[in-house]
Design a protein around this ligand. Structure first.
Ligand code: RNT
Ligand code: ZN
Length: 411
C-alpha cells in the first residue's frame, strides 16, 4: 500500500467515506469495450466504405486488418486497463470465411471463434446489429417503405438476436444487444409518420420472440451525417418505445443537443425503463466520437448513476472511434477515464451533501462539491492500478510505444 494511498484513505475517512469499499465497487465495475476503435469501424465483412451517417476521421497507421490483429490489439489494451471488462462486437466483425455471408444469412456459427475467445480470455461479449456499410443501407433500413428492404433488415436483426442469445448462453451472463439504425433524411420529408410507423412495426417483429440469454437495448440520436434533417429513431421515439415495451434504453453521450445533459436523463428514464446501456463518448461540437476523457459531462453522468443508486441497472459501453491517434492509446485513455469518473462518483460525500441540501444550506452543498474535486482520488486510482498489476500514471505509454514499434507499425 502506498503512502499516498494511506493518506488518501484517512482524508476520505474523515468524510465518512471508505476507500476500500470504493475500490471493491470499482473492481466490480465492468466496461463493455467497443471493438470498433481498433479499426475505425471497418469490420471484416467487406471493404465497403463506412456509411450510415457516421464517420471515422484520421489516418493513424497500424489499424487492425484481421480478426487476429483486432484480438491482439484488444488484449494489449486490456492489459493496460485495470479490472475485468467485456467486449462489444458489431455484426460485421464475424468470421465469415472466404464466401460472402450476407446480413440476412448470418448466424451464431460466424461468432463461434469469438465465443471461444471470450471463454479463453474471460471477456463476456455484447453485440450490435449492423445497418450501415452495406449496399442495402441507403437512408432507410428498418423504416424503409420498400417491404423487401425492410424485411431484409428485420431478418438481419432477428438473426443478430440469435447470435446474442448464443453469446449469453456461452458466457453464462446475458449478452446486451444494441439496435441502432441510421434511418433518416437529408432534407425535408413529409413522411415522418409513415417512417416511424414502419420502424415501430419492424421493432415489434424483431422483438416478438423472448430470449433467455440476451437483453435488447435501443439507441436514438439527433442526426447523422448526410441525414441532417430528420431522424426516424429520435430520442422521443426510442424513449417511448423502451418505456412501453420494457426495453433497455441506450444513452450515447454524443447524441444530444449541445446544452442537453445526458447525466440528467438517468433518474428521469429509470423511472420508466428497466435498465440503461451507455455509449460513453466525447462530442466535440457534434457527435464526433472523440476519445472519452474525465470531463465534466462524464463525471456528472457517473455521479448521477451512483447518486441514483443505479450502478447495477446500467451497462457501461464505450463508443468512440478516433482514427487520428494511436488506437491502443485511445482504448486505454478512454477506459481509464471512465473508471476515474466512476471512482470519483463512488468517493463523493453524498450523505453529507444531502444533509446540507435538506437543511437548505446551499453554500455548504457547493463547498463540499467543490472540495471533492481536489480530494486525493488520484492516489486511490493509482492504488487500484497497482492492486490489479497494471501500471499507474503515465507508465503504460512505454508498453504502447513498444507495441507500436514491434506490431502495429509493421502492418
Ligand atoms: C452511431 C451510434 C452507434 C455507432 C456504433 C458503431 O451514431 O452511436 O452506436 O457508433 O454502433
Ligand atoms: Zn452509440
Amino acid at each position: 500500500m502506498s503512502k499516498a494511498y494511506e493518506i488518501a484513505r484517512e482524508r476520505y475517512a474523515a468524510l465518512d467515506i471508505d476507500t476500500e469499499k470504493a475500490l471493491a465497487q470499482l473492481q466490480d465495475f465492468h466496461l463493455s469495450m467497443h471493438c470498433w476503435q481498433a479499426d475505425d469501424v471497418a469490420g471484416f465483412e467487406s471493404a465497403a466504405d463506412l456509411t450510415g451517417g457516421i464517420q471515422a476521421t484520421g489516418n493513424y497507421p497500424g489499424k487492425a486488418g484481421s480478426v487476429d490483429e483486432l484480438r491482439a490489439d484488444i488484449l494489449k489494451a486490456k492489459s493496460l486497463i485495470p479490472g475485468t471488462h467485456r467486449l462489444n462486437l458489431h455484426e460485421i466483425y464475424g468470421e465469415f470465411g472466404s464466401g460472402r455471408v450476407d446480413r440476412d444469412e448470418v448466424g451464431p456459427e460466424h461468432f463461434a471463434g469469438w465465443m471461444q475467445w471470450s471463454r479463453d480470455n474471460n471477456t463476456p461479449l455484447d453485440f450490435n446489429s449492423t445497418s450501415f456499410s452495406h449496399p442495402k443501407s441507403g437512408n432507410l433500413s428498418l423504416s424503409n417503405p420498400d417491404k423487401s428492404i425492410r424485411d431484409f433488415w428485420v431478418e438481419h436483426t432477428i438473426r443478430c438476436r440469435d447470435i446474442a442469445d448464443a453469446m449469453g448462453r456461452n458466457q453464462g451472463d446475458a449478452c446486451i444487444m444494441n439496435v441502432w439504425v441510421h434511418d433518416g433524411c437529408k432534407d425535408f420529408s413529409v413522411n415522418h409518420m409513415l417512417y416511424r410507423e414502419f420502424l415501430k412495426d419492424s421493432l415489434d417483429r424483431i422483438f416478438s420472440e423472448k430470449k433467455a440469454n440476451m437483453k435488447d437495448c435501443i439507441e436514438g440520436k439527433v442526426f447523422g451525417i448526410g441525414l441532417e434533417s430528420f431522424t426516424v429513431g429520435s430520442h422521443d421515439f426510442y424513449t417511448a418505445y423502451a418505456a412501453k415495451n420494457n426495453k433497455i434504453l441506450t444513452i450515447d453521450t454524443g447524441h444530444y443537443h449541445p446544452t442537453e445533459s445526458p447525466a440528467d436523463k438517468i433518474s428521469a428514464v429509470l423511472q420508466f425503463v428497466p435498465e440503461l446501456m451507455l455509449h460513453v463518448s466525447r462530442p466535440v461540437r457534434w457527435d464526433s466520437d472523440h476519445v472519452t476523457l474525465m470531463d465534466d459531462p462524464t463525471l456528472e453522468l457517473f455521479a448521477e448513476i451512483v447518486r441514483a443508486g443505479a450502478m447495477n441497472r446500467v451497462h457501461y459501453g464505450l463508443d468512440y472511434f478516433d482514427g487520428a491517434i494511436n488506437r491502443i492509446g485511445a482504448y486505454v485513455i478512454g477506459s481509464r477515464a471512465a473508471q476515474k469518473c466512476m471512482l470519483r462518483a463512488l468517493l463523493e460525500p453524498t450523505a453529507l451533501i444531502r444533509k446540507w441540501e435538506a437543511e437548505g444550506e446551499t453554500y455548504k452543498v457547493l463547498t463540499y462539491l467543490e472540495e471533492a474535486k481536489s480530494m486525493p482520488w488520484g492516489a486511490v486510482y493509482d492504488e487500484f492500478c497497482e492492486r490489479n498489476n497494471v501500471p499507474a500514471g503515465t507508465a503504460y505509454m512505454a508498453e504502447i510505444d513498444r507495441y507500436s514499434a514491434e506490431v502495429t507499425s509493421k502492418r
